[in-house]
Design a protein around this ligand. Structure first.
Ligand code: PLP
Length: 472
């Protein structure tokens, strides 16, 4: 092969830039970006010619140079973070962004954020305001608390509360509640970080009121109760309820802090789920501070919400850590909209995606599954596609062990393995995340929206997901 002749066949940069297709690209993406891609691709082509012995394959690469340039430009602008379809049935999937938000809320928040706002400005008096003001009254109305605020996430809430109330002193916690949440958040470690000293009482399975009473000393600053949200201790067990802790604390002039984790604001029993302690219950029983996540069962944006007695909330607001852990304007905007839905339980269940999914009746999920099955039926020659009852999880460390009856479309490909199908679904333009059970790929319809069903069907029709010849 005559390499010099091949090098000469590479179009000159000015010729390339004058080309109609490349001109289109420039108009769409800017000259700077296209020039960069032209250089990258022509350099790569030169290197290829330098090591290739095969004239035909070199000519092929020269012929597709313009395509390669377009691909390079498009790749630069393809976001790495993308929308995916969650067909795992795990509603609060930590790896998939936990709580999805209502597009209507997002749209309204986007309008607000794209301009200036009264984030920390009191419109009536024209003086500086608080970013919590936009949702503090709502939180108080919904939970019955005196005051409220929010920080970056619930891990921050715990850190801030311990630092503000117990810095340099002791905090009493039951051994059975020394939890580790996903992402290495451990109560003993947060305690250390906040400069509070952990005073463990009781045993792993049993803690009695006297264990707390006997542990109170001059050094005690607070009693902490942590909801064991991601595990259960069953069998011979006993723990001390929040009312009893409040009465012990009152006798000793101490505050009771409750880390609830999930932040449930409605009674889930009404929807056939197990009772999960609500924020309202904790407030009513006298907890001085209650903290919980914004993006677990509450179904809102990532945040750590803290409600309770005004005296303590004021202490938190004055703490230096608050400045470092404060929520951003986007979160403040969305949080207000999500909390407004809770003014009516009916609205909350209808308009908050997390609540809608976990309360979706089995019959409705089964109906969706049937509809999905019908849309995939034309692939019957390539896979066994059936309906299969399954169990959805709440996830996100909420209500562990609780499976919600659900229905899946179960797919067993004939030519390829279930593992290969699962991988291909992840590589679709809109990735579909599914799980494998007994050699079947399951699409749990509880977490798949109506419009997403259409997207799944379209992608199955357009892409060769089942064929053995597909070697993407
Ligand atoms: C989830 C959880 C946290 C951490 O909340 P994030 O919002 O994820 O930071 C803390 N405490 C408990 C009990 C939890 O369940």
């Amino acid at each position: 092969m005559d390499r010099n002749a091949m090098y000469r066949r590479i179009p000159k940069v000015d010729i390339l830039l004058a080309d109609d297709d490349i001109q289109c690209l420039i108009e769409e993406y800017s000259r700077e970006v296209v020039m960069d891609a032209v250089r990258t691709q022509t350099d790569a082509l030169r290197r290829f010619i330098g090591r290739s012995e095969d004239e035909k394959s070199v000519q092929e690469r020269i012929d597709r140079l313009k395509c390669d340039i377009r691909r390079t430009v498009e790749q630069m602008y393809r976001p790495n973070m993308r929308r995916v379809i969650n067909a795992t049935g795990t509603v609060l999937h930590t790896n998939l962004g936990r709580a999805p938000l209502n597009p209507r809320h997002m749209q309204r928040a986007a309008e607000l954020i794209s301009g200036y706002s009264n984030l920390e400005y009191h419109l009536e008096s024209g003086v500086r305001g608080e970013r919590y003001a936009h949702f503090e009254k709502l939180l108080c109305k919904i939970t019955g608390a005196e005051a409220a605020m929010a920080v970056n996430n619930n891990a921050s809430s715990v850190l801030l509360i311990l630092n503000a109330l117990a810095h340099g002193g002791e905090v009493i916690v039951s051994r059975g509640e020394l939890v580790e949440i996903g992402g290495k958040f451990r109560i003993p470690d947060v305690m250390k970080q906040s400069n509070a000293i952990l005073r463990e009482v009781g045993t792993t399975n049993k803690t009695h009121p006297e264990d707390y009473e006997e542990a109170v000393t001059e050094e005690t600053k607070a009693i902490l109760k942590v909801h064991t949200s991601n595990y259960r201790i069953v069998g011979f067990t006993e723990s001390v309820g929040i009312e009893q802790l409040v009465s012990i604390a009152e006798k000793n002039g101490l505050p009771v802090i409750q880390d609830l984790g999930s932040g449930v604001l409605i009674n889930l029993e009404k929807y056939g789920l197990r009772h999960e302690p609500t924020v309202q219950e904790s407030v009513k029983k006298g907890a001085d501070l209650v903290c919980f996540s914004g993006d677990k069962l509450l179904g809102g944006p990532q945040a750590g919400i803290i409600v309770g007695k005004k005296k303590y909330i004021d202490m938190l607001k004055r703490n230096q850590l608050t400045r470092a852990l404060r929520i951003d304007k986007f979160t403040a905007a969305v949080l207000e909209l999500v909390l407004q839905e809770y003014l009516s339980e009916e609205n909350a269940v209808r308009n908050i995606p997390v609540l809608r999914m976990i309360t979706k009746p089995y019959a409705e999920v089964a109906e969706d599954a049937k509809c999905m099955l019908k849309q995939l039926e034309h692939k019957k020659n390539l896979a066994d596609i059936t309906l299969q009852p399954c169990e959805s999880q709440i996830g996100g460390g909420s209500l562990p062990l609780l499976g919600i009856a659900s229905m899946a479309v179960a797919i067993r490909p004939k030519e390829i393995s279930a593992g290969e199908l699962e991988r291909r679904l992840r590589h679709l333009p809109v990735p579909v995340i599914a799980r494998i059970v007994n050699d079947h790929v399951l699409l749990d319809m509880r977490t798949v929206g109506k419009d997403e069903m259409g997207q799944i069907a379209e992608q199955f029709a357009e892409h060769r997901v089942f064929e053995v010849s597909d070697n993407r």
